[in-house]
Design a protein around this ligand. Structure first.
Ligand code: PGA
Length: 264
């Protein structure tokens, strides 16, 4: 697991955007796994700007989102489909037909989850999976105790997650307690995983992910087993790590080596 610690959320967004830009240069028809939440918004803004500037194109990209609330139609302002359209897809040159979000309102959710897995496979698998992390260590809506080899399925949200996300719902508005989420096994099959973490509220989860035992109690800890996982954290999110200086040292050495190779 590579851990990159940067000064600010803006730098986290830029570093993440650079990874997407490099991937698009290598493979314009990349398959991206995308995430919702507050954390990736700045990254999406960065990518939107680069798309407008003509530096990158999503014209041949296909995308699969991590998760969706059960029982919210895609037109509901709190649905993750609505979030992705308004925060990202509506502002870039991606073909809307090439964007997929797990179906939260399918008449047969089990068949819909299987079809989602099938569609990811048919697309050739995910090149980069973008992740945030929950305060409880969840990735997607894979809450603590999730099976570490799980596939796309219906998942009950913890009370902590429901409370964390209550800020997005008006008082008295129906807030779903169930979700459809890619599984941890699905996420682990992505060729590259990029997890963004910003703010002090994520510090304990980041420590558990990076240093803790691999455990279903902290689903993100499974990324220790991923051959290409990059955690990009700001100083606050990295503040509980035992030795942040070690990761900064590695990153400085890496940058120096890339500069020597003329690839910085
Ligand atoms: P956040 O959510 O980006 O809104 O903090 C992250 C997550 O729950 O995965």
């Amino acid at each position: 697991m590579k851990v990159v610690i940067l000064d600010s959320p803006a730098e986290v967004a830029r570093y993440g955007a650079d990874i997407f830009q490099q991937q698009l240069k290598r493979k314009p028809d990349s398959v991206f796994g995308l995430a919702t939440g507050s954390t990736p918004v700045q990254l999406y803004r960065e990518l939107i700007e680069r798309n407008r500037a003509g530096d990158i194109s999503f014209g041949a990209v296909r995308s699969f989102n991590l998760d969706e609330y059960m029982d919210l139609p895609p037109t509901h302002p709190q649905s993750y489909r609505y979030f992705m359209n308004s925060e990202f897809f509506d502002h870039i040159d991606i073909d809307p037909a090439n964007t997929r979000v797990p179906p939260g309102d399918a008449p047969d959710p089990i068949a819909a989850c299987e079809a989602y897995e099938q569609a990811i496979g048919d697309a050739g698998g995910i090149d980069i999976q973008l992740l945030g992390i929950g305060r409880n260590g969840h990735i997607g809506f894979n809450e603590p105790t999730s099976c570490l080899t799980s596939r796309t399925r219906v998942k009950t949200l913890t009370r902590e997650t429901i409370a964390d996300n209550a800020r997005f719902f008006a008082e008295g508005e129906h807030q779903p307690h169930l979700s459809v989420t890619m599984g941890i096994g699905t996420i682990m099959e992505a060729r590259l995983v990029v997890l963004l973490a910003t703010g002090a509220s994520k510090a304990a989860a980041v420590k558990a992910m990076v240093e803790g035992p691999v455990s279903a109690w902290c689903p993100a800890s499974i990324l220790q087993m991923h051959p290409a996982a990059v955690v990009i954290a700001d100083e606050e999110a990295a503040s509980h790590l035992s030795d942040p200086g070690f990761f900064k040292h590695i990153e400085a050495e890496n940058q120096a080596m890339l500069a020597r190779l003329g690839r910085a």
